[in-house]
Structures are given as C-alpha cells and as structure tokens.
Design a protein around this ligand. Structure first.
Ligand SMILES: Cc1cc2nc3c(=O)[nH]c(=O)nc-3n(C[C@H](O)[C@H](O)[C@H](O)COP(=O)(O)OP(=O)(O)OC[C@H]3O[C@@H](n4cnc5c(N)ncnc54)[C@H](O)[C@@H]3O)c2cc1C
Length: 320
C-alpha cells in the first residue's frame, strides 16, 4: 500500500502521485513553489520509510542522510511517515520601508526563539493560509529581526498585500528556515562571487554582511543586476561598505541606461565572466530571477566552480 502519514493522518497515494500532490489534494496546507524540484520550498523529512533517491536529488549529502526529500518529486514505493522540514513560528511585522518604487523592506519580530542563517528563506503564511517564499536578509544574533525585501508583482496574491495592506503590528506565520544559501565560515581567504538580480539582493546582502562581520579576508565580488537603475536599491549603503572594505568590489549592472563608474550597461551573465578567468576555488552565490540564476549557474560551472561551491536560489513563482 502506498501511503503517507503526516501529522498522524493517513493519506493513500494515487498511482504516480507525488507526496506534495497527495497532501494538496487532501487540502493539507504545505509550502511549495516550483513543483519541479528546483526551489526546495517543499522539502520534508522522512521519520520512517525510505524516500526514493530521485526525491533527494540536489540535496546536500548530510540532508539526504537525515531523510530530507522534496515532496514535489517524491513518489514513494511503500509507506512513508513524513514531517515538516521547518518549524512554524509566529512573527509580528515591526517595520515597513520602501527601498525603491517596487521593493519594500519588511522587518519581523519572531515571537519565539528561532535559528536561521542570513540568506536562507522562509515560507510566509498569511492568516488565510496563502503562502510564498521570501529570503532572509538579516542575521539572528546581530539583528534579532527577520528582514525581507519584497518586490511588488502585479496581480499577485501576497506581494501586493504586503505592499499595500499589511501594516506594522500584523501577525503572520513563517515556516522554515530552508536552503543552503548562507555564508560558510572557516575558509576566510576563498574568493566569493555574489551575483543577484532584483530582490535576489536580499539573501546576497545577508551573505555579504555575514562574510564581512566574520572577517572574510579573500576578495568579494558583488554584482547586482536590474532592468534599469530604478530597479536597484541599497546602493548608497553598498557603496559605503565597498569604501570601507578593501576586499569588496560592488558593481551594478543594468540592461537599459547609460553607463557610469560602478554601473555597467549589459548582460549580468557576461559581466560575471569578466570577474575572473576561472572560478575554480571560488564560492559562488546566485539569487533572483530564475532564468538568470540558471544561466549564471551554468556559466560559473563551465568556468571552474564545483557544484558544491555554487549556492543558488531561483525565485520561481508558486505554481498554482
Ligand atoms: C526560494 C525563493 C525565495 C524567494 N525570495 C524572494 C524574496 O526575497 N523577495 C521577493 O520579492 N520574492 C521572492 N521570491 C518570490 C516570491 O516567493 C513570490 O513568488 C513573489 O513575491 C510573487 O508572489 P505573489 O503572491 O505576489 O504573486 P503570485 O500570486 O504568486 O503570482 C501572480 C502572477 O504573477 C506571476 N509572477 C510571479 N512572480 C513574478 C515575477 N517575479 N515576475 C513576473 N511574473 C511573476 C505568476 O506566475 C502569476 O501568474 C522567492 C521565491 C522562492 C522560490
């Protein structure tokens, strides 16, 4: 019998059905986004039973050994007892600030103790159960709050609500944290490539601030891309950081506009390759628009970065 047990309830699976689809078919509210095994928003953990290895593809060996798997890719052979990969925490919106015409900064105060690493992401759950993934730009001890940068997507369920309706005091739930897009201490001399588009800067900003705070001594190359200059943000703060840390270089890259010092007009994928002749030995972080993240991932891999050293979060819209 192919069935899953989740929070003590039994859900029989239909032929060729994934764990995610079975839970959604039964009205169970679990986080997910891309449904293609890329974004990892639907990661779960097997408490008993073996998840098929195809559902663990792309997960770190330590995660695989602990029984983590991607629910959207998991078609078990037998009985599987599954649990959530992240915990649910209540949080209160403390602050909402515009960062540019389409991006706001939100700061949430968690109502209980929670651990995360700057650059990971959480599923933000509104009161009616609707949820979307957002990356964390802040650090637990240094900042204490959970900071997100949210771009308004026209006609969207959650981002326009966050922009226009959610006000300080609003209580939401967060599930997570997920992902491995965070700074790894212990090799401070290794070159870092941090490349992002749009609000992909949120996790990258988190990784950057952790790297600087932990005394990273190797070169750090930050590339932030946008359609035009109005799509960029935190420019003054990043210029200030680049002025204070001699190992940090910060380049803005736009598709439309006129170039000036620190601002390149062109394709971020091409700019990436001008950073170094080879990315062998580099640690690479890539976040933002899915097509560009995939393209950059391919380029850095073909130019010497190993897949273990590439940390990528593609902001794939939720498939509804
Ligand atoms: C791992 C991960 C991390 C993420 N981190 C962030 C983050 O830090 N900041 C952030 O702003 N977003 C982030 N996202 C994207 C976020 O989860 C939502 O997809 C986004 O906010 C849109 O949600 P929505 O409810 O407003 O729109 P939806 O209701 O999901 O979508 C409405 C319509 O717009 C389309 N759509 C969705 N997004 C876009 C887009 N970017 N461009 C064009 N069309 C689109 C959808 O396909 C749909 O047709 C992340 C996504 C993932 C998977």
């Amino acid at each position: 019998m192919t069935e899953i047990i989740y929070h003590d309830a039994v859900y029989p699976l239909q032929p060729d059905e994934t764990v995610l689809d079975a839970l959604l078919r039964n009205g169970v509210d679990v986080p997910y986004a891309c449904k293609t095994g890329v974004c990892q928003s639907c990661m779960m953990k097997a408490a008993a039973g073996e998840p098929p290895s195809s559902s663990q593809r792309g997960l770190k060996p330590t995660r695989r050994a602990q029984g983590y798997f991607l629910a959207c890719q998991c078609k078990p052979d037998g009985r599987l007892i599954v649990g959530d990969a992240g915990e649910v925490i209540a949080a209160r919106l403390m602050e909402k600030t515009p960062l540019n015409a389409r991006v706001i900064r939100l700061r949430f105060e968690p109502e209980s103790r929670v651990d995360w690493a700057a650059g990971q992401f959480v599923s933000l759950i509104r009161g009616d159960g609707e949820s979307r993934s957002y990356s964390i730009a802040s650090a637990p001890v240094r900042d204490g709050f959970i900071e997100m940068h949210v771009q308004r997507v026209e006609g969207g369920a959650i981002s326009p609500w966050l922009h226009e309706e959610a006000e300080p005091g609003e209580r939401i739930r967060l599930r997570g944290p997920y992902g491995d897009c965070f700074y790894l201490s212990g090799e401070p001399e290794r070159p870092l490539l941090l490349a992002c588009t749009g609000t992909g800067l949120a996790p990258i900003y988190g990784v950057l601030r952790d790297a600087l705070a932990l005394g990273h001594s190797g070169p750090i190359h930050l590339l932030h891309g946008g359609l035009d200059e109005s799509g960029l943000y935190l420019v003054d703060e990043l210029l200030d950081l680049a002025g204070r840390y001699s190992n940090l270089s910060y380049t803005r890259c736009v598709l439309n506009g006129a170039s000036k010092p620190g601002l390149v007009v062109g394709d971020i994928g091409e700019l990436l390759l001008q950073t170094a002749p080879s990315f062998s030995g580099w640690r690479v972080y890539l976040c933002g628009a899915p097509d560009l993240v995939r393209l950059m991932q391919k380029k850095v891999f073909l130019h010497g970065a190993t897949s273990q050293d590439i940390h990528a979060d593609a902001f794939i819209p939720k498939q509804v």
